[in-house]
Ligand binder design. Structure first.
Ligand code: NAI
Ligand SMILES: CC(C)CCC[C@@H](C)[C@H]1CC[C@H]2C3=C(CC[C@]12C)[C@@]1(C)CCC(=O)C[C@@H]1CC3
Length: 345
């Protein structure tokens, strides 16, 4: 008779483990003695102690193989926000997350930790020290955010002490660090094309940028504190660097660190937002004929021109969270990790 091995609390799966955040998470889990199964549509690296399962998270059978004898699942897979593909977001973030939950039930997984986003409450207007009890955005600013809201609700509603299936959502904001394929590469690409000359608005808006190691720390703390009698069950938690910074100071430090000039001239926020909206609509209309990808999307302009920073007091109280790497050190490490993006390289 086949015996079913009891899931070990140190055996986990990371869905999206080939990605930027996912890979940092996998590396830290391995350091902490976890055995890790990575499930992703692509395999990006090899690491001792890690087993790769290549597949689409919408494929329940493929997922089940990766979740065998696993007690903790981290779900940090998503299409990139820049893809701006509504059908893809719907399929992966909503239908796919339903499949993940179903597969977790079938495989006897005990804990599911979702990487959500602080943007689920962002509507393009100022948020200062926002707490987790802010309502979800009624008018989400893009398809990515729209589907991240539904995804978070699905995961939190699936939390059931009776069924022995516990869930929690981590809401990071503006993740950056070595190997990030978004923030630094897009910023430098924009600078190389001579488009980083302008500050949108008066430049005083404060924003959270969160170093990837701190986001990883928040995920692992959440997994280890998530118990039937803990306040974490079915809750969302902001994880930030807890050091809001002026958006344009942060961008300037990265740009100057890599040898580029910081933007100096100001443009009115409403003007730039209006142009971005117009370009986005044009791109949408022309999509059947030609694929245009504007750099300044309405989402990026809104993020660049408003305050959006969040309180992580709840994470501090319920799971003892404190950022491990301060912002100044995080920027130095990040800049040093991109020698190929230096000016002239
Ligand atoms: N980068 C940021 O600033 C923030 C990211 N997040 C969230 O963090 C998570 C991780 O983001 P990043 O690491 O930045 O993105 P990433 O693009 O580097 O990683 C996402 C991973 O998901 C995988 N994936 C996508 N579709 C899949 C599918 N159908 N089946 C299996 N795997 C699939 C990709 O191959 C990739 O390896 C995402 O859920 C994102 O929404 C939240 C807040 C901020
Ligand atoms: C062209 C410039 C105005 C801006 C260049 C930097 C931007 C690419 C990034 C600045 C803030 C970032 C951010 C995200 C992606 C990259 C930025 C727009 C997210 C949308 C990623 C996914 C999330 O869940 C929220 C993030 C907010 C901040």
């Amino acid at each position: 008779m086949a015996t079913r091995t009891r899931p070990s609390s140190k055996r986990c799966a990371v869905i999206g483990g080939s990605g930027f955040l996912g890979r940092h998470l996998v590396e830290r889990l391995v350091d902490r003695g976890y055995t890790v199964n990575v499930f992703d549509i692509r395999q990006a690296y090899e690491l001792p102690g890690v087993t790769f399962h290549q597949g689409d998270l919408c494929d329940r059978q493929a997922l089940l193989l990766a979740l065998k004898e696993v007690s903790v699942v981290f779900h940090c897979a998503s299409p990139a926000p820049a893809s701006d593909d509504r059908a893809l977001f719907q399929r992966v973030n909503i239908d796919g997350t339903r499949t993940v939950i179903q597969a977790c039930h079938e495989a006897g997984v005990q804990k599911l930790i979702l990487t959500s986003s602080a943007s689920v409450v962002f509507e393009g207007t100022d948020i200062k020290n926002g707490r987790e009890d802010l309502p979800y955005a009624k008018k989400p600013i893009d398809y990515y955010t729209e589907t991240k809201i539904v995804q978070e609700k699905l995961v939190l509603e699936a939390c059931s002490k009776e069924k022995g299936f516990l869930t929690v959502a981590i809401r990071p904001h503006g993740i950056f660090g070595p190997r990030d394929p978004q923030l630094v590469p897009i910023l430098i690409d924009t600078a190389r094309r001579g488009k980083m000359k302008f500050i949108i608005g008066d430049g005083s808006n404060l924003v959270d940028f969160t170093y990837v190691e701190n986001v990883v720390h928040g995920h692992i703390l959440a997994a280890e504190h998530l118990k039937a009698d803990s306040p974490l069950c079915g809750q969302a938690y902001h994880i930030t660097n807890d050091e809001p910074v002026r958006f344009w100071d942060f961008m300037s430090q990265i740009l100057e660190g890599l040898g580029y000039s910081a933007p100096r001239y100001h443009l009115p926020y409403t003007l730039v937002y209006g142009i971005a909206l117009l370009l986005w609509l044009m791109a949408l209309v022309l999509r059947p004929l030609i694929r245009i990808k504007p750099t300044f999307t309405p989402m990026r302009v809104a993020l660049a021109g408003t305050h959006h920073y969040y309180s992580c007091a709840r994470a501090k109280k319920d799971m003892g969270y404190q950022p491990l790497v301060p912002l100044r050190e995080a920027i130095v490490r990040t800049v040093e990790s991109y020698p190929h993006l230096r000016k002239g390289a």
